[in-house]
Ligand binder design. Structure first.
Ligand SMILES: [Zn+2]
Length: 69
């Protein structure tokens, strides 16, 4: 096993809660650069027309944090 890659850290957007990999500089969904490494809970949105996506306000498929600090 190779050593864990530091860039594999995940960041969550404070605006839309979209989760991106640690080497992203801005959120691909809303364009915000306000990314946080302090977040918890993870929801995977497979269908933006689902009721869960509506609750979260997900505009594209992907992973979203439940809570972002
Ligand atoms: Zn965002």
């Amino acid at each position: 096993m190779s050593k864990a890659n530091p860039s594999s850290k995940q960041l969550a957007c404070r605006k839309c809660k979209f989760v991106v990999s640690g080497d992203e500089k801005k959120c691909p969904v809303c364009g915000s650069t306000d990314l946080s490494d302090e977040w918890s809970g993870l929801v995977i949105i497979m269908d933006t027309k689902s009721s869960l996506a509506e609750v979260i306000g997900a505009k594209r498929e992907g992973r979203y944090a439940i809570r972002v600090r």
